[in-house]
Design a protein around this ligand. Structure first.
Ligand code: AMP
Ligand code: FE
Ligand code: FE
Ligand code: ZN
Length: 274
C-alpha cells in the first residue's frame, strides 16, 4: 500500500479534480491520501466522498503559504478539524490576498505588453485559491508561452520581470493555528527554503514533522533531513507534490518513499495534543 501526503487538486493549482485525484490514487494502490491544496481545504470533502468507493482514507491536509527571514516557506497541515472557524477565517483572508495580487500581477504583465484580463485568469481556476499557475495557464491560452514552466522561467518566477510577491503569513501564525485546530504542522520541502540555519530555527515553532521525501530532495538532502528529523524527534514525512499528470518527468502520486507508520505517528501527535 502506498501513501501520498502532498498533492494538489483543482481546489488550488492542480489540474485534476479531487475526485479524479482519488481515482488516480486508487489505481496506484494508495491507502492514505492527503490533498494539500494551497490555502484552501475545499478539496477535502469531495475527495473523502469519492474515496468511499475505495479502500482509502482521505486525511485533511493543506499547504499554507508563509514567509520567514525574507524567504517563502510552506507549512503543511494534517488531521486538523476542517470546520475550525479561526483556521477557515485565516485561510479566507489568504485567498483574498491572492486575488489582490492577481490584479497587481496583471498590471505588470500589461506593462510588458502581455495583456490579460482578470476574467481570463479566474477562468483557469476552479476554486478561490488563485495563484501564479493560473496566470500561467491564461498566458498559455493567450499564446504567450507554451507551458507553465516557460511562464515561470520567463516571467512569473522569483526575480523574473513579472514576479509579484504576495502577503503571506508568518510561519508561527500558521503552525499555531493548525495546532489549535487539533492538527499537526509539517515543514514542507526544507531544501527549497535554501537556508539550513533558518530551517533549524523554524523547527522550534511547534512542528510535528518535516518533509524528508520530496522531488526537490536528492539523496544527500534526504539523508540530511532524515537525520534532522531523528535528532529533533520529528516525524519524517514526504509526498510527490503532484500537480499535473505526465508532467515532464515529475513524479506521480504515491511515488515518494513514505510509510503508513509515518501517517500513524502524525495521527498520534494530533491526538496527544487534543
Ligand atoms: P503562488 O502560490 O501563486 O505564489 O504560486 C506558487 C506555485 O507555482 C507553486 O506551488 C507551484 O505549484 C507553482 N510553480 C512554482 N514554480 C514553478 C515552475 N517553475 N513551473 C511550474 N509551476 C511552478
Ligand atoms: Fe502549487
Ligand atoms: Fe510547496
Ligand atoms: Zn505543494
Amino acid at each position: 500500500m502506498r501513501v501520498e501526503l502532498h498533492c494538489h487538486s483543482t481546489a488550488s493549482d492542480g489540474v485534476l479534480t479531487p475526485g479524479q485525484l482519488v481515482e488516480r490514487a486508487a489505481q496506484r494502490e494508495i491507502g492514505f491520501l492527503a490533498l494539500t491544496d494551497h490555502d484552501t481545504t475545499a478539496g477535502y470533502r469531495p475527495a473523502a466522498v469519492a474515496a468511499e468507493a475505495f479502500d482509502m482514507e482521505v486525511i485533511p491536509g493543506i499547504e499554507i503559504s508563509c514567509h520567514a527571514g525574507g524567504r517563502e516557506v510552506h507549512v503543511l497541515g494534517y488531521f486538523y478539524d476542517v470546520d475550525d472557524e479561526p483556521l477557515q477565517n485565516m485561510l479566507a483572508r489568504m485567498r483574498d490576498s491572492r486575488l489582490e495580487r492577481v490584479d497587481r500581477l496583471l498590471e505588470r504583465l500589461d506593462e510588458l505588453e502581455l495583456p490579460l484580463t482578470r476574467e481570463q485568469v479566474l477562468a483557469q481556476a476552479a476554486g478561490t485559491s488563485v495563484g501564479r499557475p493560473h496566470v500561467a495557464d491564461a498566458m498559455i491560452e493567450a499564446g504567450y508561452v507554451k507551458n507553465r514552466d516557460q511562464a515561470f522561467d520567463n516571467y512569473l518566477g522569483k526575480g523574473k520581470p513579472a514576479f509579484m510577491p504576495r502577503q503571506n503569513l508568518t510561519v508561527k501564525e500558521a503552525v499555531e493555528r493548525l495546532n489549535e485546530a487539533g492538527g499537526v504542522a509539517v515543514l514542507a520541502h526544507p531544501h527549497l527554503i535554501g537556508d539550513i540555519k533558518l530551517v533549524a530555527e523554524l523547527l522550534d515553532l511547534g512542528f510535528a514533522g518535516i518533509e524528508v521525501w520530496h522531488p526537490s530532495h536528492g539523496r544527500k538532502e534526504v539523508k540530511r533531513y532524515r537525520r534532522l528529523a531523528r535528532s529533533r524527534r520529528l516525524v519524517p514525512t514526504g509526498g510527490s507534490d503532484f500537480h499535473i499528470p505526465e508532467d515532464s518527468g515529475r513524479p506521480d502520486l504515491g511515488s515518494m518513499k513514505v510509510s503508513s507508520e509515518c501517517v500513524e505517528a502524525l495521527r498520534e501527535r494530533s491526538k496527544a495534543r487534543a
